[in-house]
Structure formats: C-alpha cells, structure tokens
Design a protein around this ligand. Structure first.
Ligand code: PLP
Length: 448
C-alpha cells in the first residue's frame, strides 16, 4: 500500500474509526496512531480459551446438545429424530396449541408466499412494511384491547428493544423487575442503563416496599411476566397493578406464555383476570401458542409510536416475512374463538399433573398448563432425558442452567390438544421407569 494511503488510514484511525470499520489492516510496521514503532502482537490463544470454557460447561453437565427433529406437519406431536433415525413423541414444544401445523395457518402462509414472495425485503421503514404487517398490528391491538401494537422479529427482541428504549429515554427512570424475569427483559433493562431493583418473585408487598423508598417525582417502570414458564406459576397481576398505580408507575407485562391459552379470546392471563386495561404495555410472542415466530407489544398510541421511533431493535432490522405475518393473522383469528383448544390443554395438563402425582413423581406445583418435574442435578436430568428418548421414544429437552438456577435442573412437559390420553399414560409409565432406573427421589422422599 502506498505511503499516502497508509497515512490516510492512520488519519481515519486517529479520527476514531475503529477496527470494525476497516476490511484492510494497516501494513506491517505502521501503527494506528503513527510513529510509536512496531507493535508486538500479543500471544493470546483464543481457541484454547473458548475450548476450556466449554470443557467446564461439559463437566458440569450444562453443555447443550440440540436434537435434530423433523416435525410431521399432519401428525403433531410426532416428529422424526434424525440422530436416532426413529419417530418420537414431542413433549416439550412451545407450539402449545399445535397452530404451527394448522391448515388455516398453512393456507395463509402459502397464499402470502404466492402473492408477495418469501422475504420482506427491507426494514419497516425502507420497503419492508406490507399490508400484512399493518393488519397484524391491528389484530394484536384488538386482541389485547389496546389502541395500537408493534411487531418485532421475535419475542426476545420485543422485550429487549421495548424495555431498553422506554427505560433509557424516560429521564431518571427506575425499573422494578420481578426476580425471575426472562433473559430478554433482563437484557433490555440492563441495556437501558436505568437504575434497577429486583422485587421478590410474584410479591406485591416487596414491590411496595421498594417503590415506597423512591423519589415520588422519578418515572418508574414495573416489569413482570404472567406465566413463568419454568415453574408454571402465575403472577398476581391485579395486586401488582394496585401497587404500581399507587406509585404512578408504568406496568410492563410479558404474556409470552399466556397469549392464546388464557382468557375468553386468548388475550392471556390479563384478559382472564379482567385487568388488561390496568396494564400499560402488554408484550407477547407469535412463536408459541400462535405457532409461528415474531414478537410484539400492545399499548397506547403514544407508547407504540415512541418505541417505533426510538428502538434500535425495531428500526435497524429487516421486518418479519410477510408470509409469517399472514400466518399470524390467520392464527390469531382462529385462536380467538377456539376455546375448545384452550379447554383441551387445560384438561390434558390436569390429567398429566394428577397422574404424575399419583405415581409419586416430583411434579412441581404449577398453576398453569406447564408441567415441570424436578430432577436437580443437571447430569442426571440429561441422562433421564436420554433414557426417555432412547427407550421410550419420548422427547423432552432437559432444562438446565442458565435457563434455571444450578441444582434445579428439570424436565418440563407441555401437553397440547394433540397429545392423546394414551400419550399421557405412556409418559407417566416411562417416567416411572426412568425414576426407578436412576433411583431418583420420589415426591415424598425428596429432600428440599
Ligand atoms: N419472554 C419469555 C418469558 C420467554 O419465555 C421467551 C422465550 O421463551 C421470550 C420472551 C422470547 O420469545 P421468543 O421465543 O418469541 O423470542
């Protein structure tokens, strides 16, 4: 490279353009700041560092191995396990209502692909807003009885972007976050750099204690979930809103595991408990009960317009595929009136919980459709899941750290309307067998 070119590169560096800006390195012997002489390269063995960290993870039993599954579109919850080469019954899908395979969804997706093609082709601002995106946002606003809604590429992104943006821009905001909030909420709050306080899980009194200490003139945001998906417990939304209202705090509710499943129209626990109007921002996903992918928030026009205008996670990314948006519209419309699907989930999860309890298995006291069975040790949990898969054709992914705390590994079952009574009986028998093989503690003998 010529001297002038090198000089210009050095000039750019001095002006603050960092390595990520350059696809060309400076030639050997030249330094970024010019003149300090050659820089000795440091001998850092990056791969050794990463390998060692992974080895530790493996030794703890926390290393993740993905099952390669081919879901059978017309036969959910059956799937083909590519590693085993056999059919298995899936017991841990978050496609809670089987909508990912429903003909109304598949037809809508096919039709949209035929009309608009596969991808959105741009961000929402730059050519990526289709009529499906607009309609989907109207549908979601109506579902949650809010004036407006905003769609993101995932539930994770919607939490991270919305909480991050609101808490960062409200001047001097304090965030109150439930101690068991999802990683996406934690990241959003962290990225906002706002002052944060954790309140004890599902504990309005603790929230009140913390709020009462704060300067009344500062803006406040209380963030929590409706259904906590790893324990299956449900937030006391009305009581949390009582407290938040007394202190003039905004409320932000993650309904990711509630939408579609609870409430007369599938509007979530807030709809079931008739408190939708008391929650300022409702966040949800299109990836679980609605069977596709994408996330959203529903709130006032002002809040939605603000997040739309200021959230980098919304602005700087290609919008959801129009086919996914079309499928989501069809799914929401169907699920709104499909109370028989909600009833089936409830029926199947009650049957599974009582069957497991009758067999003496340590089913956790979940008050939702989620059925967690505690194992404790991560390696044992993984071994139990392996035996379930290989000997019984039952696929359940072990839930381990960091999704749950260390020492609280568990098997988490999600009964759907499509699981049969026979599937439930098979699962209870198979689990009993696994508990015997590994001498795992039964409910009455478990040390807490
Ligand atoms: N919020 C909660 C409580 C979740 O459990 C999850 C994912 O499991 C998300 C948000 C993220 O949703 P998505 O899978 O649509 O990104």
């Amino acid at each position: 490279m010529s001297e002038p070119a090198l000089d210009y590169l050095a000039h750019l560096r001095n002006a603050g353009f960092d390595d990520a800006f350059f696809s060309v390195p400076l030639a050997e012997g030249r330094t970024a700041r010019g003149g300090a002489g050659p820089v000795e390269p440091k001998q850092i063995d990056y791969d050794t560092y990463f390998r060692k960290r992974i080895e530790t993870l493996r030794a703890e039993g926390h290393y993740r191995i993905f099952a390669t599954l081919e879901r059978k579109a017309s036969a959910f919850p059956r799937a083909f396990d590519h590693r085993l080469g056999t059919e298995v019954t899936v017991w841990c899908s978050n496609d809670y209502l089987g909508m990912g395979q429903h003909p109304v969804v598949l037809d809508a997706v096919h039709a949209a692909i035929d009309r608009l093609g596969a991808g959105a082709g741009g961000t929402r601002n730059i050519s990526g807003t289709t009529p499906y995106h607009v309609l989907l946002e109207q549908e979601l606003a109506a579902l949650h009885e809010k004036p407006a809604a905003l769609v993101f590429t995932s539930g994770y992104v919607s939490n991270e972007a919305s909480l991050g943006t609101l808490a960062r821009h409200l001047p001097n905001c304090i965030v109150y976050s439930d101690a068991l909030n999802h990683a996406s909420m934690i990241e959003g709050i962290r990225n906002s750099r706002a002052e944060k306080h954790l309140f004890r899980h599902n504990d309005p009194e603790d929230l009140e204690r913390l709020l009462s200490r704060a300067d009344p003139s500062r803006p406040k945001l209380v963030a929590f979930e409706s259904v906590y998906s790893m324990d299956g417990d449900i937030a006391p939304i009305a009581e949390l809103c009582d407290v938040a209202e007394r202190f003039n705090a905004l409320t932000y509710l993650d309904e990711v595991h509630g939408v579609g499943l609870y409430g007369p129209h599938g509007g979530g626990i807030a709809e079931r408990d008739r408190v939708t109007h008391r929650v300022n921002i409702i966040q949800g996903t299109l990836a679980k009960a609605f069977g596709l992918m994408g996330g959203y928030i529903a709130a006032s026009h002002e809040i939605i317009d603000f997040v739309r205008s200021f959230a980098p996670g919304f602005i700087f990314t290609t919008s959801l595929s129009p086919a996914i948006a079309a499928g989501a519209i069809a799914s929401i419309r169907h699920v709104k009136s499909a109370s028989q699907l909600r009833a089936k989930v409830e029926q199947h999860s009650s049957k599974l919980k009582s069957g497991l309890a009758a067999a003496g298995l340590p089913v956790m006291p979940s008050s939702s459709h989620i059925v967690p069975v505690i194992v404790g040790d991560a390696r044992l949990c993984r071994a139990a899941a392996d035996v379930l898969l290989r000997l019984h054709g039952i696929y359940v992914q072990p839930i381990i750290y960091p999704t749950v705390r260390r020492g609280e590994a568990r098997l988490r079952f999600t009964p759907t309307p499509q699981h049969s009574d026979q599937d439930i009986e098979n699962l209870i028998k198979a689990l009993s067998d696994v508990w015997l093989r590994f001498s795992l503690p039964h409910a009455s003998t478990r040390q807490t």
